[in-house]
Design a protein. Sequence first.
Length: 154
Amino acid sequence: MWRLVLVLLLSLGVIGCASLSKESCLEGDWYAIGLQDGSNGHKAERRFDHQAACIKHGVSAQVQDAEYLRGREAGLEEYCTPENAYKVGLRVEYHYNVCPQELKAEFNKAWREGRREARIRCLADYHLELIHYRMHHYRMHRYHLSPLISSDCY
């Protein structure tokens, strides 16, 4: 019984990790798939993951490299903007150095600014939580000692 449950869970995990749905494989719009991958900052090698996913779905899809790469390049134009780079850095996501050479410097600068802001926010949250903890600890300590200490100490 346990083996059956384990096999089912593992099979669901494998299907859940596919880079493409069966419908996308059947549709075969490789420009749109490349566009989406580029917009999300994926490397060009991801097309091989898509081909493997289609095979797992039982669809014999041949990746149309030219269409996929054309779509991915268009998607990278959206991804490689300084505004997006800042957001990627702020979400503490890694970028895979996929931007064209002419956009790399601006992208990397904005990404570093986003990462810096994320660190600052993280440290601020940590310090606020520490202050909250110390105030709570102080109140609890004061509450338990209040009968022993006169009220004019506060």
